[in-house]
Write a protein that binds this ligand. Structure first.
Ligand code: BES
Ligand code: ZN
Length: 625
């Protein structure tokens, strides 16, 4: 819609809100704020997007989703003539209203990162628009896997990744985190396959006809819309948690995750009732670009979290924590991403602490601070504010240590200042107050000052809220950790660097994954080939099944050109599509004697195993784009 028209209708809509408000409604309305999201074409200040009814056929032959999205809406003001949606690479066939009458629509020009605005002319003050559409090949949210890219190698697989702004590439939608709606879906898949969604009633066995119906009565933003289709089976953990995986992975997944039911109870004890229906987990094929994705009711997980000894389950603690921070209380725009991820990392660590104790969890805090500090060394100051500046940028640019580790460190600072009891009281109130709502950094500041700081000047000074949110780096009085369990590791690092044979002296009987990660991080700068050889000879890391250790190890092997690890590296690059790992390995290869050209060649052979989002990221890192 034309900018001027948009402004005019905004004024009208405000006028409408004010003029229609009697006194009792006034209080409620005062909380209403205008959503300005630079990454969405939707017009939520004019339109209430209430419900989505999705009807889709999944064709593996054509690698296409085809069907319709029906949106129930209500105008927020008179004089609003358009309902606007985000789309990206969608083919829009036609749009009809609730009476079956065709509606005029227009697809705007393609805008970098954002896709195309779909603007539909509407006359009624409320009703539905049914958009008939097809996805195109290469839709960014979708990874279509051939049978041979799955564990079972018998049936193909499809899954979506909607966060941050990819929902628009498979559903015409108001694709900003500040807009919530309920949904239902009717999904047709080939017979013999199972479909799952971020919905309340996921099937626990396959249907005979390949038709699946879903309902989601709790309002969610578009980035939490999710679908997976494959040869899947379910195994219950308890009466509200369970795991879905390909048949060959199910037992291993179940054994790794069988204490997650208990973890949900732990989370509830910390910050209040779990507000969703079930907490199930889906183990995806290994091309999945992330560790986990907090799709409501059904966390999506990389299979690389299954290490056989439950040591990587903090990742599930993280996705579970999003059921409060993120899914319940959602960042208003992607510039406020720290409100999703910083809170979640803090909550994740509290869960880990409740289960494994403080000494163990301090290792995680310390690794996160180390990582943050090295990020700060290389980042431009303006990119290190918690409130991001994403103008002319893709919101995925916010996926850095700043939102995660600086955000969490800030909350730890708050805890250290006000004490744990106050902290937990604040968080419980916060989750209740903003439940099923969105929050911006500015609203956070307001809420925090009103409910926590009140008139305590010492706290205000000590916490220095604005310096964290709107300032670079980390304030000098940030928390520091004395990590008992790392003291021994630090000593081992020093001795080992001085003498590679020292390895046999290292007492690592009670080491967990995190001591090993700290050790490898600690030797990276000074290690020589002889150190790498010595580690492999005694600790056999090239054969490790712990993907966190293995990926860091392979990076060190590339740096020292330790050729004995290269066949494992080759296999790893074939099988694992997790971005966090690949982002380290490909640049290391480029820096090695393989060089840019060799790395690009290697990448070209592997890329068909990677999700479109991962391909974009790696290509920009190795200079292919
Ligand atoms: N929501 C994120 C993943 C995400 C963020 C996807 C932004 C796309 C855009 C998820 O909760 C996450 O943070 N995953 C981490 C987990 C880790 C921090 C424990 C991951 O995948 O590594
Ligand atoms: Zn997260």
């Amino acid at each position: 819609m034309h900018k001027l028209l948009w402004k005019l209708s905004l004024v009208l809509s405000l006028f409408f809100i004010i003029s229609c408000t009697n006194n009792s409604e006034k209080e409620e309305k005062e909380e209403e704020f205008l959503i300005e999201d630079m990454h969405s074409f939707a017009n939520p200040n004019e339109i209430d997007y209430q419900h989505l009814s999705l009807d889709l056929n999944v064709s593996f032959d054509e690698k296409q989703l085809k069907g319709s999205a029906t949106w129930t809406y209500q105008k927020k003001a008179e004089g609003v003539n358009y309902i606007q949606f985000d789309t990206r690479d969608l083919f829009i066939e036609k749009v009809i209203d609730q009476n079956g009458d065709a509606l005029k629509f227009e697809l705007g020009n393609h805008v970098q990162y954002l896709g195309q605005e779909l603007s539909i002319e509407i006359k009624e003050s409320s009703g539905t628009v049914q958009i008939f559409y097809e996805t195109k090949e290469g839709a960014e949210a979708l990874q279509w896997l051939e049978a041979n890219q799955t564990f079972g190698k018998k049936q193909p697989f499809l899954y979506t990744q909607s966060e941050t702004i990819y929902a628009r590439s498979w559903i015409p939608s108001p694709d900003g985190p500040g807009i919530r709606f309920t949904y239902d879906a009717n999904i047709q898949v080939p017979q013999g396959m199972m479909a799952l969604m971020s919905a309340q009633n996921n099937p626990q066995s396959k249907t005979n006809n390949g038709v699946y119906q879903f309902e989601m009565h709790q309002a969610i933003p578009a980035y939490l819309l999710a679908l997976a289709v494959g040869d899947l089976q379910f195994k219950a953990i308890d009466d509200r948690t369970g795991v879905y995986a390909e048949p060959s992975q199910l037992t291993a997944a179940y054994e790794e995750f069988n204490e997650i039911g208990e973890m949900v109870n732990v989370a509830e004890e910390l910050y209040g009732k779990y507000r969703w229906n079930r907490y199930d987990m889906l183990v995806l094929p290994s091309g999945f670009p992330f560790g986990g994705m907090e799709n409501p009711e059904l966390t999506f997980l990389t299979p690389t979290i299954i290490s056989g000894d439950k040591t990587l389950l903090n990742l599930i603690a993280h996705e579970l924590a999003h059921s409060w921070s993120g899914n319940l209380v959602t960042n208003a725009t992607w510039e406020d991403f720290w409100l999703n991820e910083g809170f979640t990392v803090y909550f994740e660590r509290r869960i880990t602490e409740a289960i494994h104790g403080k000494d163990y969890t301090d290792m995680l805090w310390s690794l996160s601070l180390q990582s943050l500090q090295s990020t700060l060394e290389v980042m431009e100051a303006r990119d290190t504010w918690m409130k991001l500046d994403l103008k002319d940028k893709h919101p995925d640019g916010g996926l850095t240590d700043i939102s995660y580790d600086k955000g969490a460190l800030f909350l730890r600072k708050v805890e250290e200042t006000i004490g744990r009891e106050e902290m937990d009281k604040f968080l419980i109130d916060y989750f209740n107050h903003f439940a099923f709502k969105t929050i911006s950094s500015e609203q956070f500041v307001q809420y925090f000052n009103k409910h926590v700081i009140k008139d305590n000047k010492d706290w205000a000074k000590e916490i220095n809220l604005k310096a964290w949110i709107y300032g670079p780096g980390i304030p000098d009085n940030h928390p520091v950790y004395e990590v008992k369990r790392f003291e021994k590791v630090d000593e081992a690092i020093q001795n080992f660097i001085a003498d590679a044979e020292y390895i046999v002296e290292i007492d690592r009987e009670d080491w967990s994954t995190y001591e090993y990660l700290h050790f490898l991080n600690g030797i990276e700068k000074d290690a020589k080939l002889k150190h790498i050889e010595s580690i492999d000879q005694h600790w056999h890391f090239t054969k490790s099944n712990n993907m966190e250790i293995l990926s860091l190890w392979l990076k060190l092997c590339i740096q020292q050109e330790y050729k004995d690890a290269y066949s494992r590296l080759d296999q790893f690059l074939d099988e694992v599509g997790r971005m966090k790992f690949l982002e380290e390995l490909y640049p290391a290869l480029k820096k090695s004697s393989l060089g840019k050209e060799g790395t690009i060649n290697l990448y070209q052979q592997k890329k068909h195993n990677y999700h479109p989002i991962t391909q974009m990221e790696i290509e920009s890192l190795i200079g292919l784009k």
